[in-house]
Design a protein around this ligand. Structure first.
Ligand SMILES: [Zn+2]
Length: 480
């Protein structure tokens, strides 16, 4: 009985949190592309009549239905996109709760309730919620305007480092702790990149980040009501309630719908939402292709310059790793610093920060490698820096392994959707943001299932075989 009360409380709490977070994301998604500040005005206003919306008309989802989807002042329809984003954020929050504390964790957690489980790994959960809601807001802007704001990824990455530092038990169920050798290389490389970045800030007058240099787009086309959008809204509501019910049921002992199926339904639904959103023909579709073509003559040279600025960091990483690899005192000193425990037996803040930086650097490295190869091969910007920022921030939270897996899934899903949409929309540009978002989410949600597949097991075995000598060295003999 107590377990049921605890479960219901947390499900209601996180649903409310998710809906409010979604309400905030709506503000972000609406205001940022228009070049409006998030803080002024502080209150919400009707996009049509600019009238201030009272708090009782601004309750997530509820107010939309109470006002029958119209503004109280000007009586113009409100886009169903607003409650849809709120519900999707709530679904995301509950799905991650299910992933970390109910569905995928059930076998090891049989005897404790949600209070206990949340107390153990809440920083990891919170970091995932921040990451995936940030990526969702970025994706919503990207899919309309082919434009991402990297302040989202900076925020998510900072939250990832901070929350890793707050709680980094060696037996965490969420974080993937790197071996010492990898951590040494990536932390030194990070220091190298930071140094180059600082030097560049003082020596060159380069234009601001290209994503922002493109300027806020001036297109708003989502205020019209469409029957399909209303249907999507009702389906989302039903899916949300079903997820709440079945996750709650499993937590209190019944298991009518297994976790893999619940998660699959949510992922399929998110996939269809992205496909639906991508199916609209927008001015931005042709504008982005023209912009890429006009910058094409300089693309190869630009990529080589980028490669040159990355080299010092790579050398720093390799050099320090070689030093630790050959010198016993260096390796011992490192492991001593890593395991610093300022308080209690499990809290290792340095280990936590280094884990986050490790994920950031390797995921960014994967992104840069893809960008450099793609741009050199195609001779134009085939993979934007905004996508690298997304991969790096995700690496900070979910680990580079999940980023790599998620990237492969993202490419696969994007190609499936692109082929499915070919009869309706002829465009050569694909906004990658939404696909990275759903790819990373799929990797995290199905991590246990995916990493047990023969294909991934084979890749891991091949890796061990190729680097047998290195993997036997104490620096690489597994996380400590
Ligand atoms: Zn109005």
């Amino acid at each position: 009985m107590l377990n049921i009360a605890v479960t219901v409380w947390w499900l209601v709490f996180f649903s409310a949190l998710g809906l409010c977070l979604g309400s905030f994301l709506n503000v972000v998604i609406y205001r940022l592309p228009m070049g409006l500040a998030l803080s002024s005005p502080v209150w919400s206003f009707c996009p049509n009549c600019q009238n201030r919306i009272a708090w009782y008309d601004n309750l997530p989802v509820l107010s939309y239905f109470r006002l029958r989807g119209r503004c109280r002042n000007c009586w113009q329809p409100i886009s169903p996109r607003y409650p849809l984003v709120e519900l999707m954020t709530a679904i995301l929050v509950i799905l991650l709760l299910d992933r970390f504390f109910i569905g995928a964790a059930q076998s090891t957690w049989d005897y404790v309730d949600l209070n206990w489980k949340l107390g153990d790994d809440w920083p990891a959960y919170l970091a995932h919620v921040i990451l995936f809601s940030s990526l969702m807001a970025m994706s919503a802007i990207d899919i309309q305007f082919y434009w991402v704001d990297i302040r989202f990824t900076h925020f998510a990455a900072a939250a990832g480092v901070l929350l890793h530092a707050v709680w980094s038990p060696t037996e965490s169920h969420a974080w993937i702790t790197p071996p010492h050798g990898t951590a040494i290389a990536t932390t030194s490389a990070f220091a190298g990149f930071a140094l180059v970045w600082i030097v560049l800030q003082f020596t060159t007058h380069h234009p601001p980040e290209t994503e922002i240099a493109d300027g806020p787009p001036d297109e708003t086309n989502t205020t019209k009501q469409k029957p399909a959008a209303r249907l999507a809204l009702w389906l989302t509501g039903a899916l949300f309630l079903a997820l709440l019910f079945f996750a709650g049921a499993e937590e209190v002992g019944a298991n009518p719908v297994p976790y893999a199926l619940r998660a699959g339904a949510v992922l399929l639904f998110f996939f269809l939402i992205i496909v639906y959103e991508a199916s609209h023909v927008r001015d931005a579709d042709t504008e982005i292709v023209e912009a890429i073509e006009s910058e094409a003559p300089a693309a190869r040279r630009m990529t080589l310059v980028e490669l040159a600025t990355l080299l010092p960091g790579v050398f720093a990483g390799c050099g320090v790793l070689w030093w630790a690899y050959t010198s016993q005192p260096a390796a011992e000193g490192w492991s001593c610093v890593m395991q610093w425990k300022p308080w209690g037996e499990t809290w290792q803040p340095i280990q936590g920060i280094v884990t986050a930086i490790n994920g950031y650097v390797i995921a960014a490295g994967i992104g840069w490698a893809i960008r450099i190869v793609a741009n050199l091969v195609y001779g134009k910007e085939a993979f934007a820096t905004g996508d690298i920022h997304m991969m790096a921030a995700a690496g900070c939270v979910i680990g580079w392994q999940m980023v790599l897996l998620g990237f492969v899934l993202a490419c696969f899903l994007a190609v499936v959707a692109w082929v499915a949409l070919l009869p309706f929309k002829k465009t050569r540009a694909i906004p990658l943001g939404p696909w990275l978002w759903i790819g990373f989410l799929t990797a995290v949600v199905y991590r246990e299932q995916l990493t047990q597949t023969t294909m991934i097991q084979n890749v891991v075995s091949l890796w061990d075989l190729l680097f047998f000598n290195i993997s036997q060295h104490p620096l690489f003999a597994g996380p400590s």
